[in-house]
Design a protein around this ligand. Sequence first.
Ligand SMILES: [Zn+2]
Length: 544
Amino acid sequence: MFELKAREGLARLGKFTHNNHTIITPNIAVVVNPNKQIIPPKELENEFGVDLIITNAYIIKNSKKPIKNLHEFYKFSGLIYTDSGTYQMYSKGEVGITNEETLRIQKELGSDIITPLDVFTLPSDSKLDALRKLIETNKRIKNSLTQNMVAPIQGGIHLDLRKKACKELSKINPLIYAIGGIVPLMNAYDFKRLTEIVLACKQNLPSNVPVHAFGAGHPIIFSLLALLGIDLFDSASYALFAREGRYLTEYGTKKINEMQFLPCNCKICASHTIKELQNDFSLLARHNLYVIMREIKLIREAIHEHKLFDLVSSRIRAHPSLYYAYKWLLEQAPFMDSDPVTKHSAFFWTGPLSDLRPELLRAKARLKELGFKKVPRPLKLMYPFGQSEGIKFNYSKKKYNDLETLRLLADYQLGKGAGKTLFPERTRIVYTRNRRINKAFLDNELLCVLRASDGHIILHKAGAMRIKKFLKKVEVNKEVAQFPKSGKSVFAKHVVKASPGIIPCMEVLVTCNNMPIAVGESLLNSKEMKEFKSGVAVQVREGL
Ligand SMILES: [Zn+2]
């Protein structure tokens, strides 16, 4: 079960529940090797806050230690994910396990999340080879699908093949989708191609299943991948890098032997000297993991605060390839259906790339639709105009009285003509102590509240009924109609139909048999409302 709690760009802060465990996404599956437990799983859980580990069926098969049950062996109470051995077979060039064998081993071990043996596709594979591998991978997935299985997406660097893989696998219902075959691109710093592939996959997969970027374990790439809608990462990098004497930071990897200072204040760096880290890779591994976990938490908080674009735009400065990948991504404008129409945090303009962010693209498009060349002054009240730093909007000189102001805000937010319909001449405006517009009434009935934080018109019963034709509709099942009518939220599983063009944080009308029954704010977009089976779709404000 997967539900969304907050979002920005294509990023999602989610809650994933499986086998009686609930974890927050984005999350990272920390790789654990049964033969070399540098950090024991119990310590991962208690010291690092890890609630998801991943271990490998292929390594376990070849391990000398007899392992019967993963939860008992690792003494780990979180979720245990198993990988099939695909990557080991690719990196070591061995053919050591079959699909049937790896799935049987994973099931017998009591793994929570099992992975079939997909066929690793190299970036250098021709389209024909990539297609053959894709067909074989999809055949294996379909033949062995169970309810706790991952569906790996192959297709190499060929975007049409990635799309084909996603379309085919959209018809089945796996626990998780995993984008495979991307490690060589990350190792080569080919982040642009990585971005193209992830975007192509995200645009062709259902929204209600978490997506894992297989092998993405360096914190330098987490925020960009999260912005693209990746929910799960995995990392062996904390240990692999430590063995090579490499010290991870959010902006790149350093050689511990060449460092003079420890630019980190994790438990390890705060209580050890650089010499101790140079001489003990288990300390280095612990530092590396602290950095990884900190970045994951930072990303979650950034999504919650609507500050992920700011985090990404600082992280991409770490390498030109990241910068160009982000620039390419913004140029595709892929966020318009999913990025909330209003945000908790002010918009910060921090350079020319900010001009390509969805908040400004949307504002420009709205002004154009309404026929404004300059920004009408009343829009200073509304997000993002009045809630921004570092950007000068070209405001017109025209003066507006308060009724005209309200009408303009309604036209901007709800569509051309909404203002006059919602606010007739006899509208009574109520002000705050500082003479800000606060509420609007008609014949003593509350039409709306003007939210101070973003200038949005928050509709109440009388207002929603007046402009129902301007509002997008969310049709619910008639068995549950009494809940929104009494002011309770609409759950995604009860949505029968949703108008196209619903974006998170929009005012929407809840209907039943096409009759309005409630007004509220959308938390999901139209596609998600149809696809999600759990979580809230509309936060209802008032029944009608
Ligand atoms: Zn540290």
